[in-house]
Design a protein around this ligand. Structure first.
Ligand SMILES: Cc1ncc(COP(=O)(O)O)c(C=O)c1O
Length: 480
């Protein structure tokens, strides 16, 4: 049951949108059915006509309804290439990174200015926190101008570590000691420190497949080998496959995103996260949990990182403010107890400490409540963009295209017709002023040659829609 609740903090238009959406999903409204007129809906839902219009426009934008001249709004017939999931892939042998030159081309390509940024996963663009962060920084500068320009301690600013601990308490109800939190230069340095603390050159590291390409470059740069573990688009790491991999290979550490992964946008069920902790304990294998997206589930329910689901001390959680506040600040963190001394030795040697002004600014941003308010606004924008982009893929890409159904984050993962080379599509798209990320770089063995990752983490615009139409057309041409 769903009714409009004026006391709810959700926008009224979004409530009308959800009301109609749920009626379509349940089959009460079928393809071809006429929706209540704007006036009627406004009277029955007790909201204004412009509010209903805004909801209908959004539903139309997402291709769920269509307007017919002089007649009203109707439920659309769903395209036959409706959302399905990419087929799961299987695990293999430990390998060195096999796509270094492509990785370089992708980074060069996507960082060109003025491209439609479908290749960059920067969700903060969708709803920038610039104004509130600026306010926080001004407050910090007026309070501690000289201090804020100095060195931070190696473990990081106590005020920020306290705020991160509070955020864990507030969002998932667990107690983390600020002494167990170390501030890093982004999530990437957290992963670097964690991996260097627990593994050495030549060691085997297990990763999800597909996985974040920056992780693969990291493993490769440390002279380690990556082994891919089959990952299901709905439930994450397949535990049976993980067990098989651990039995067959001397895996030193696993780096998984169990809370919200990139590029699949999947959360492992909590029961599986608990089993994962047990399996890794059994094999005495360290888990490094890449949790940089955990705060961005569309439903706002924050999954609990595996570290807090049992008593396994050999787990390190890596977080970051890059996906939720400001990637340019380069502030992340890691949570560990038993590895802290090693991590501190490495942090001193690699980068000494992280920017103090940014740490103090983020501490103020969290303490003021602005961070929580910002997340509340960011998540629905990302959800809406995900729906719009999925609808455009269904409408404009060839029928065989398969598409992930993320539960959060800022990217879609597409499986294109089998004969498409994503690398070629990448080159064509850059020339047309659009960045995308080709699938190969999400696997150390170049597995996903006909996959692409598209980011919806930016303000939706006509340019985005033009780019999606162009990509769909180009994929269609390359497929024939
Ligand atoms: C899954 C994942 N982990 C880690 C990182 C690195 O985060 P940061 O930008 O904070 O270094 C990224 C950035 O894209 C990512 O997508």
């Amino acid at each position: 049951m769903h009714a409009i609740d004026k006391k709810d903090s959700t926008y009224l238009y979004r409530q009308v949108f959800d009301l109609i959406g749920e009626n379509i999903a349940s089959g009460t409204l079928r393809p071809g059915d006429r929706l209540p007129s704007l006036r009627r809906m406004s009277l029955s839902a007790g909201v204004s006509i412009p509010t209903v219009r805004q909801a209908y426009i959004e539903l139309e934008r997402q291709r769920r309804i269509e307007s017919r001249p002089q007649s009203g709004f109707y439920v659309r017939h769903v395209a036959c290439n409706d959302i399905v999931h990419p087929a799961p892939s299987s695990s293999g042998e430990p390998v060195c990174l096999n796509c270094r030159p492509l990785m370089v081309r992708v980074y060069d390509g996507i960082n060109q200015p003025d491209l439609v940024p479908l290749g960059i996963a920067n969700p903060t663009l969708a709803k920038p926190a610039a104004k509130t962060l600026h306010r926080s920084m001004k407050r910090v500068m007026s309070r501690a101008e000289e201090r804020s320009l100095g060195y931070a301690s190696t473990i990081g600013e106590p005020a920020l570590r306290r705020q991160i601990a509070y955020h864990y308490l507030d969002s998932i109800g667990v107690q983390v000691e600020p002494e167990q939190i170390a501030i890093t230069n982004g999530g990437q340095e957290a992963l670097l420190l964690a991996l260097t603390a627990v593994a050495s050159p030549g060691d085997v590291v297990a990763v999800e497949t597909p996985t974040y390409h920056g992780l693969l470059e990291l493993i490769d740069s440390l002279g380690m080998l990556a082994v891919e573990v089959e990952t299901c688009p709905e439930e994450g790491v397949v535990l049976g496959e993980l067990r098989r991999t651990l039995e067959q290979h001397p895996v030193k550490a696993c780096i998984f995103s169990t809370t919200l992964s990139n590029p699949l946008g999947v959360t492992m069920p909590e029961s599986d996260r608990r089993k994962l902790v047990q399996i890794l304990e059994e094999f005495d294998t360290v888990l490094i949990e890449d949790d940089v997206y955990g705060d961005l589930r569309f439903d706002g329910v924050r999954p609990v990182p595996a570290q807090f689901l049992g008593s396994n001390a050999r787990i390190i959680t890596c977080g970051s403010f890059s996906k939720t506040a400001a990637p340019g600040y380069r502030i992340g963190w890691l949570v560990t107890d038993v590895f802290m001394d090693t991590v501190m030795r490495l942090k001193r040697a690699f980068s000494c400490s992280s920017g103090l002004l940014q740490q103090l600014t983020l501490a103020d941003f969290l303490a003021s409540g602005d961070f929580t308010r910002h997340l509340k606004m960011l998540r629905p924008v990302l959800k809406c963009n995900a729906e719009r982009m999925s609808a455009m893929v269904a409408d404009h890409f060839p029928a065989e295209t398969r598409i992930s159904k993320p539960v959060g984050g800022s990217v879609l993962w597409l499986e294109l017709p089998a004969n498409i080379e994503a690398e070629d599509l990448f080159d064509d798209a850059i020339e047309a002023g659009i960045s995308i990320t080709p699938g190969q770089i999400f696997s150390p063995s170049n597995r996903y040659s006909n996959f692409v990752r598209l980011s919806y983490g930016h303000p939706w615009s006509d340019k985005t829609e033009d780019a999606m139409r162009w990509l769909g057309r180009r994929v269609g041409e390359l497929a024939t």
